[in-house]
Design a protein. Structure first.
Lengths: 273, 340
């Protein structure tokens, strides 16, 4: 077991190392991607400022609190985005064109092979902006800082990233049946954008969906409100229980998504020559 | 030892109707079309054999190979590769096999070839000593050093195929699957690749299973061939046997002096054979009379005498049926229509 883990760590280093060698061959692309992402991140924050210049608070949330929720939401999203971006290729292309064959032919875990083919440097934009905003809020003293909150902060980020990955994997796995599942994955992933803001501002239907069906509210808004020391929607967020629920959701979603992925690889049809 | 036991593979797809109307109808219908790509195929292959697996396009060759390599799971039946079922223990199986798909590279496209080998060394857990030894052998047989530091995308097709073959062999697999390894290659490269395969097979007793449309590959490499058609196995045996049983035709071509004299000549009737057993063709431009006949029924001198009785012959050529002809006939008619 330990040997296996060691072997995969070494393999990951080798595989990702190759990816970097390719990326660095075209530095311009790399820097443009990074630049583009920073730009879109700062547009997002500028939008928040513009809105709140008109409305100083939203359903009881101050601008600073909203910025914390926004910033906190970026971190698990960024981690998932950085590490597992290649899942999108499964949804759009790799199953359809038969390139999935090569994963089946190598003596490594298939999911591992999918994600170790690529790192997404664009995600550094999300991670950086997210961290800056969270640090800013820490300095303003609006975030609860004590032992348990700090531990749960990191647990929540990890669980949040797992939820992201599981949702991506679930919808990407549909490609084994549909050949292309990109559009479904796109819709599901876009739902995460709702969770950057307090869910009370949405109609009941949307609130229900992003809390219980595609539970992005548990990735961002609900734990964020716990760290702010504010009770959120449905009475969650008042205590650390919200992070426990987040972890359970992460575990359940991961198990379901991974089972679907494995089922998918067993019915994989390849492509003719 | 490879055992393929009553393996079938079905592909189920939604039924499609023609036209835009049909596309809409298809959306609401639940009808399925089942296509049986491989239909109850069994065979076993001993260690160190080189087997040609042939059939026309869409016959099910690739599908069978994909089941044996673990890419596809059989709908029915089982493959056992040295006792391992690839659909259950994919990773264990993958460690023991090498695969080359002629039309798709397994290498890292944008990186120098050397990088692909570095990665594969890790992937297959090849020790430093083994790596050294293998590379020495592969460099010798496949001539890798001349392009070892070039990016894979810049390699010519022939170089790429050599590289792919090397990459598939780095971990010394017991079984090597080659799916059209010589497709699109020129004659010299083809020859080199075939030689390399032969050497590898002899030195390491690697079992080789090879699909191809190139008859040359089969004649040079395979002691045994398996032919499949429409998903069913229709022939399994040695090349000689196939030629003996089905290559019963001979062709004698004679350049004649006076073509007018051939008018009204009916060789089949004259020699007491049926039209099927003795066919005449005349090339007016070159004045060449070709007679194709069953070698069990008639002999060459008989045919020659019969022709020389009516006209003078300047030149004679005798041909055995080529394997390509046999295979073409089998694809066209199936093995039962023994019109070969």
């Amino acid at each position: 077991m330990r040997n296996t883990a060691k072997r995969y760590v070494r393999l990951y280093k080798v595989l990702i190392g190759q990816f970097f060698k390719v990326v660095l061959q075209s530095k311009v692309d790399f820097l443009m991607g990074l630049f583009g992402f920073f730009l879109s991140q700062f547009m997002g924050i500028a939008f928040l400022y513009l809105v709140f210049e008109q409305i100083p608070s939203l359903q009881g949330w101050t601008l600073d609190q909203l910025i914390f929720i926004y910033g906190f939401a970026q971190i698990p999203r960024g981690i998932d985005h950085l590490l597992t971006d290649n899942i999108w290729m499964v949804a759009w292309r790799i199953v359809l064109n038969g390139n999935f064959d090569r994963y089946m032919l190598r003596p490594m875990n298939i999911f591992f092979q999918v994600i170790s083919e690529k790192l997404q440097p664009d995600a550094l934009g999300e991670l950086l902006v997210g961290s800056i905003l969270v640090i800013r809020c820490l300095m303003k003293g609006i975030v609860v800082v004590d032992g348990i909150h700090i531990v749960l902060f990191f647990v929540s980020i990890l669980a949040g990233a797992v939820i992201y990955t599981a949702i991506k994997l679930f919808f990407a796995s549909l490609a084994f049946w549909l050949k292309i599942s990109g559009p479904f994955l796109q819709v599901a992933y876009e739902m995460a954008n709702f969770a950057k803001y307090p869910t009370e501002i949405y109609a009941k239907g949307i609130r229900f969906i992003i809390t219980w069906i595609i539970p992005f509210a548990f990735v961002a808004y609900l734990p964020a409100s716990y760290f702010l020391g504010v009770g959120g929607a449905f009475g969650f967020g008042g205590n650390g229980g919200v992070v426990a629920i987040e972890c359970i959701i992460a575990a359940v979603f991961w198990i379901v998504a991974y089972a679907l992925f494995q089922k998918g690889t067993s019915i994989y049809e390849s492509a003719g020559n | 030892m490879i055992e393929v036991k009553h393996v079938s593979k079905e592909f189920v797809s939604p039924k499609k109707y023609p036209g835009l109307k049909g596309a809409v109808k298809g959306l609401f219908s639940n009808e399925k079309v089942v296509k049986k790509a491989v239909d109850d195929i069994s065979f076993s292959i001993a260690d160190g054999e080189i087997v040609g697996y042939i059939g026309s396009n869409g016959a099910g060759k690739s599908t069978t190979i994909k089941m044996m390599t673990g890419i596809l799971k059989p709908t029915q039946g089982q493959c056992l590769i040295n006792g391992i079922d690839p659909s259950r223990a994919r990773k264990d199986n993958a460690q023991n096999i090498g695969v080359v798909f002629g039309q798709r590279t397994q290498l890292w496209w944008d990186l120098p070839l050397s990088e692909s080998f570095t990665i594969l060394k890790e992937v297959y857990n090849v020790s430093d000593e083994e790596y050294e030894e293998r590379m020495k052998f592969l460099n010798e047989v496949l001539g890798l050093p001349e392009f070892f530091s070039s990016p894979v995308r810049t390699l010519s097709l022939g170089q790429r195929m050599r590289a792919d073959l090397g990459a598939a062999l780095l971990h010394n697999p017991k079984v090597l699957y080659l799916d059209e390894p010589t497709i699109g290659l020129d004659l010299v490269v083809k020859d080199n690749i075939r030689k390399a395969i032969k050497i590898i097979n002899e030195k390491y007793q690697t079992t080789v299973i090879l699909t191809t449309h190139d008859i040359g590959d089969i004649e040079e490499l395979c002691s045994r061939i398996i032919i499949i058609d429409e998903g069913k196995k229709i022939y399994d045996g040695s090349l000689e046997e196939l030629k003996d049983t089905y290559g019963t035709r001979r062709k004698v071509s004679m350049e004649v002096k006076k073509q007018e004299k051939l008018k009204g000549l009916n060789l089949a009737e004259k020699l007491g054979a049926s039209h099927e057993e003795c066919r005449m063709e005349f090339d007016e431009e070159n004045k060449i009379l070709s007679v194709t006949f069953d070698k069990h029924k008639l002999q060459v001198p008989q045919v020659m005498n019969a022709v020389m009785e009516v006209t003078e012959v300047k030149d004679i050529q005798i041909q055995e049926t080529e394997l390509a002809e046999i295979v073409k006939e089998i694809y066209n008619h199936g093995i039962d229509g023994k019109a070969v």
